[in-house]
Design a protein around this ligand. Structure first.
Ligand code: NAD
Length: 443
């Protein structure tokens, strides 16, 4: 099948590479010339396990190409995927500028029937907006052409994106059209062999499904963080509570890890967008607003704990940070808790010495060269001359630590663990103060 994908970010690249890998012919279109040039040269601008080799193999096989030429893209695929960004607008609503721009581009260049597939996360009603924009553009050109718009939200997780795309639990498609259903069956056929994963539903239901899924996951995180904060005040250990509740199959263990708040490109903006949708629909969605507020507060926890450890005297201190990415196995720092912490530390006059296995370049891009930020090459290098260690991301490389050596290296015995990676007794036995999330003795 010939497939065009607008947007070569996390979702567009993974979708393009995976669909090419099962034999489709794919063209990825992006407006970012530098990005396309790098991709054409076989360089992948983001870190995602397995993606680079998948892109290279399929490029070499001639099934995956990159271009900035939108007209070429529109002429190419029966399916025109929209996988461009939908950032938060100032009021929290999803900014559809890029999505509608692609719709306009498709309307401007199409010369035969096309199926437009909304893969970007977009609010309920967006497919109708896309339809109106394409129709208006065709009208302007004075041509009459058939087209369909369907919703096909993406559920992949950064860090495990290829696995999720290839072996995800479901493929949601919002459409009433038989023609679209048959084309989407053909597109996803190779991923739908073992069990039926395609779920056809109304367009508006598909659009809402994506927001409901992310809001549910974010709710689980904020819920356990709320319990963690309570546990701190009550002298309980949230890790024991987590085991106690996760063992109930009705609750389960996933997404109930307490920590320093969720970040990334999706949960924060999608929760905000859903809250905005609810407001616009005249429905006071109490829980959704609370999920976001709890998360905002949680992101301030690491700084709060450092203030506690240093009696508010952070000026002139050097703080080692392990982990900058919003989660392991990605270099994405969008809305990462590490950013809230670094910015608060700088404000307080402290210096940051950070190590992340993948996100150093992204951090440099975001903050540039500054005297109060050192990006270390190795995790132990970040500790040299540091007064305290803070864990922001649960990379595997941080799981095992020689605490006695850590105690010798740090200028002050302070470990703030935003991911509850260690057993409090092991850290404390080395003479270190251990400030974790929801573990009894540190508020
Ligand atoms: P991204 O910011 O990484 O990439 C978007 C790309 O679109 C950029 O390369 C940009 O240059 C390009 N672009 C912008 N306007 C364009 C245009 N008019 N024509 C062609 N290209 C254009 O975004 P992302 O993380 O891949 O997310 C894309 C969408 O998928 C968002 O709606 C997001 O919410 C959703 N989503 C993301 C994830 C994730 O984990 N990142 C998961 C599921 C869904």
């Amino acid at each position: 099948m010939r497939i065009t994908i607008f947007g070569s970010g996390y979702v567009g690249l993974v979708t393009g590479a995976c669909l090419a890998d099962v034999g489709h012919d794919v063209i990825c279109v992006d407006v970012d010339e530098a990005k396309v040039a790098r991709l054409e040269a076989g360089e992948v601008p983001i870190y995602e396990p397995g993606l680079e080799s998948l892109i290279r193999q399929n490029q070499a096989a001639g099934r995956l190409r990159f271009t900035t030429d939108a007209a070429k893209g529109v002429a190419f695929g029966l399916l025109q995927f929209i996988a461009v960004g939908t950032p938060s607008d100032e009021d929290g609503s999803a900014d559809l500028r890029h999505v509608l721009k692609v719709a306009e581009t498709i309307g401007r260049h199409m010369t035969e029937y096309r199926i437009i597939v909304d893969k970007s996360t977009v609010p309920v009603g967006t497919a109708s907006k896309v339809e109106r924009v394409v129709a208006a553009e065709l009208d302007r050109r004075g041509v009459e052409l058939e087209f369909d718009v369907c919703s096909n939200p993406e559920f992949l997780k950064e860090g495990a994106a290829i696995e999720d795309f290839s072996r995800g639990s479901r493929i949601v498609v919002g459409t009433e059209s038989e023609r679209v259903k048959s084309a989407m069956r053909e597109c996803y056929g190779p991923y739908n062999r073992q069990q039926e994963k395609l779920m056809f539903m109304a367009v508006r239901s598909a659009e809402l499904t994506k927001y409901a899924a992310n809001a549910m996951l974010a709710t689980k995180i904020s819920f356990i963080n709320e319990i963690a904060n309570l546990a701190e005040r009550l002298g309980a250990d949230v890790e024991e509570v987590r085991h106690g509740i996760g063992s109930d199959p009705r609750i389960g263990y996933s997404f109930i890890y307490p920590g320093c708040g969720y970040g990334g490109s999706c949960f924060p903006k999608d929760v905000k967008a859903l809250a905005h949708t609810a407001e616009a629909a005249g429905y006071p969605a109490e829980m959704i607003g609370a999920v976001e507020r709890v998360n905002g507060r949680q992101k301030g926890k690491l700084f709060e704990k450092l203030c506690l450890a240093f009696d508010g005297q952070l000026a002139g201190k050097t703080i080692a940070l392990w982990g900058l990415a919003f989660k392991p196995n990605t270099d994405d720092m969008r809305e990462a808790p590490s950013r809230a912490l670094m910015e608060a530390l700088w404000q307080a006059g402290a210096r940051v010495q950070a190590f992340d296995p993948e996100a150093a370049e992204e951090c440099r891009r975001l903050y540039g060269e500054r005297d109060d930020l050192i990006l270390a090459e190795r995790r132990d290098e970040a500790l040299e001359g540091a007064h305290a260690l803070v864990i922001c991301t649960e990379w595997k490389a941080f799981r095992t630590v020689d605490f006695a050596r850590l105690r010798e290296t740090l200028l002050e015995p302070v470990v703030v663990d935003g991911r509850n990676l260690y057993h409090p007794d092991s850290v404390k036995a080395a003479g270190l103060g251990y400030y974790a999330i929801g573990r009894g003795d540190s508020v």
